[in-house]
Design a protein around this ligand. Structure first.
Ligand code: DC
Length: 230
């Protein structure tokens, strides 16, 4: 059977990871959450003390890159979780502290170069659904299906707020909204691989869509593209 590459990009908290993973499971493709990779690099640099409120020590971060090893491993339920230097950090990368610093870390070209190389290797010779910010523009510019997911900042902040509260975080909606809009600005205005829609990407605005609707739209698009390859 012919396999294709599916690139899903979009703003933070659009729920793209959830629907991308659901699609990958359904069609039997590998799913890669590239945001988790940028988050893991942020986590280790925070732990090493290369980030403080006043300063991000880019030089030290770049120096440490060769010692950062990332991989994905499936847990008992079949969900791929990120492993940082042998440690499962799936939970630790989702804190607000990591969310606060991940966008500036993702502006560092050397970080991007290392992660993009690894992402391209993961896509070799197999069907893959990859989500992130630069998948359709930089990582896989020839992907057969490119989707750009968007929703209003308020809707995205509410979703993220509900998620964090459910996980027991003490936080206000305003703080989450600020983090979401700040990340949008940094991700879209950085020099290296800014978040933008690839010319040939299909836009899905999911402000008014539930998860099931999104899945069906995405599945139909994937089926059409896969059929086109036979
Ligand atoms: O999808 P996410 O919110 O987990 O991503 C975290 C951050 O990582 C996001 O603010 C931007 C960055 N990122 C990126 O620059 N390129 C990617 N391919 C994926 C994420």
């Amino acid at each position: 059977m012919h396999t294709i590459t599916i690139a899903i990009d979009g703003y933070s908290s659009t729920g793209k990871s959830t629907v991308a993973k659901e699609l990958a499971d359904y069609i039997g493709y590998l799913y890669v959450d590239t945001g988790a990779m940028y988050r893991a690099v942020t986590l280790i640099t925070l732990r090493k003390g290369f980030i403080s409120e006043e300063n991000i020590d880019t030089e030290k971060i770049v120096e440490a890159l060769p010692d950062i090893e990332l991989e994905f491993q499936k847990n008992a339920e079949g969900k791929a979780e990120i492993i940082l230097n042998g440690e499962n950090v799936e939970k630790q990368i989702r804190t607000l502290e990591v969310s606060e610093y991940v966008s500036p870390i993702a502006t560092i070209s050397e970080v991007r170069k290392k992660l993009v190389e690894q992402q391209r290797k993961m896509g070799e010779g197999q069907g893959i659904v990859m989500d992130g910010r630069d998948i359709g523009t930089v990582v896989f510019p020839k992907a057969e299906l490119k989707v750009f997911m968007t929703a209003s900042a308020e809707v995205r902040a509410q979703r993220r707020f509900d998620e964090l509260v459910a996980r027991g975080h003490q936080i206000t909606y305003e703080e989450v909204l600020e983090n979401v809009t700040e990340r949008d600005t940094i991700d879209s205005s950085r020099e290296d691989s800014p978040l933008r829609k690839a010319e040939d990407a299909i836009v899905i605005d999911n402000s008014e869509m539930n998860q099931e609707d999104q899945f069906h739209v995405l599945l139909q698009l994937a089926k059409d593209r896969i059929a086109g390859r036979i």
